[in-house]
Design a binder for this molecule. Structure first.
Ligand SMILES: [Zn+2]
Length: 215
């Protein structure tokens, strides 16, 4: 049994998807590649071509991202949108998930989901939004990754975890110093499920939405 960490900025950890951004780190076993919404530049197509090439060839790239929209930081939204659409299409084509970064922009995501016939499976990372919004996303292929916020029982994150369909759940450390085990431990208490059962469940969840399997 392994406690998979589905989104982390820490390098060199086994059973984790390391957020590599635009550069593949040769030492990482599993990674996600993408253009972060903060880092979209005018000629983002050049960066995208590199990501496309690497993610097609390298099966250690388990996911694309993090990609998405951010109204608080980064370049103008129209540019963020272009880069997101390209990455989302690529994720659909490769049949791997996209790690989603979405800040003050759920309207843009819903607009995309309602108009796109073939969206990829997307994992909204660091979920800490209201359960009402989460419920509105359930008709779409949106999954939720729970991180440090889940340790606080009063957080939106912890509230949603309690009622979220179990097949939509993932866990992550992101850039925090927490150990992934403590996130599983906390989720296990709140869901009244043994940690081993949770660890098994999330691997199953991953394999159900990705062509690039984990074990
Ligand atoms: Zn992150």
């Amino acid at each position: 049994m392994h406690f998979w960490d589905f989104h982390t900025h820490h390098e060199g950890r086994p059973y984790s998807i390391c957020q590599a951004g635009m550069n593949t780190t040769e030492t990482e076993t599993h990674l996600s590649l993408g253009i972060h919404p903060w880092e979209v530049v005018l000629n983002w197509e050049k960066d995208f071509e590199k990501i496309k090439q690497k993610s097609v060839q390298n099966l250690r790239v388990l996911a694309l991202g993090e990609s998405g929209f951010d109204r608080l930081k980064g370049p103008q939204i129209s540019l963020q949108k272009e880069a997101f659409f390209a990455q989302a299409n690529l994720a659909t084509r490769l049949e791997i998930p996209l790690i989603l970064h979405c800040v003050k922009a759920h309207d843009l995501l819903l607009e995309y989901l309602k108009s796109e016939k073939n969206p990829p499976n997307m994992i909204w990372h660091g979920w800490n939004q209201k359960p009402e919004l989460a419920s509105r996303l359930l008709p779409f292929p949106i999954y939720f990754s729970f991180g440090k916020q889940v340790l606080h029982p009063e957080s939106n994150s912890a509230k949603w975890l309690k009622i979220c369909p179990i097949n939509r759940v993932f866990f992550e450390t992101d850039d925090s110093e927490l150990k992934i085990e403590s996130i599983y431990q906390s989720a296990s208490l709140s869901l009244q499920l043994p940690v081993a059962r949770l660890a098994e469940q999330v691997v199953k969840n991953w394999n159900a939405i990705s062509k690039r399997k984990i074990s």
